[in-house]
Design a binder for this molecule. Structure first.
Ligand code: HEC
Length: 149
């Protein structure tokens, strides 16, 4: 009888240990889950803070007023000139929210415009390409829905 109680005790101890271990194992993915949104939030691209300043320094000199290729990238005009607006030189839309590959803007920055039926030069015209991280910003902004945020 005593032996039986003892083995029951041992059994409970084992179960208890397993439950604790399982809770611990569940804890780690939970922690990862809570950090993932934080990472996403910190890499959330903002049009006003991340994209427009790029346009101001590298593009607006040519793309203002009516703008070269009919594209104005001035503050207050750039978003409306890009998002869901047909390109003047390719079958693509300039920016398709959520779809970088279908966004002519990105092809012009990468120099892949001819491969998607476009024309002309890589942008910025006549000067060095944007850095890979700057182009990534534009790509992520489009992937995240090309918001006017
Ligand atoms: C020195 C002048 C100049 C600068 C700077 C410049 N562009 Fe352009 N852009 C042009 C000209 C000219 C064209 C039309 C000819 C061509 O595509 O080569 C054009 C065409 C475009 C087009 C095609 C528009 C359409 O409707 O198909 C896009 C998109 C574009 N530029 C984006 C940009 C971006 C983004 C920047 C800055 C990173 C930039 N450009 C910088 C002169 C410029």
């Amino acid at each position: 009888m005593i032996k039986r109680t003892k083995s029951r005790y041992v059994f409970l101890l084992v179960v208890f240990t397993i439950v604790i271990a399982a809770a611990g194992a569940c804890g780690s993915p939970d922690q990862t889950d809570t950090t993932t949104p934080t990472v996403t939030t910190s890499s959330q691209v903002r049009f006003s803070a991340d994209i427009q300043p790029l346009f101001n320094s590298r593009c607006v000199a040519c793309h203002q007023g009516v703008g070269d290729a009919g594209l104005s990238l001035e503050p207050g005009k750039a978003h409306a000139s890009l998002v869901n607006v047909a390109s003047t030189q390719s079958p693509l839309v300039r920016v398709t929210p959520g779809n970088p590959e279908q966004s002519y803007l990105l092809h012009k920055l990468n120099g892949t415009q001819l491969q998607v039926g476009g024309t002309g030069s890589r942008m910025p015209f006549g000067s060095s390409a944007l850095s890979a991280s700057q182009i990534d910003l534009v790509r992520n902004w489009i992937s995240q829905g090309a918001q006017n945020n």
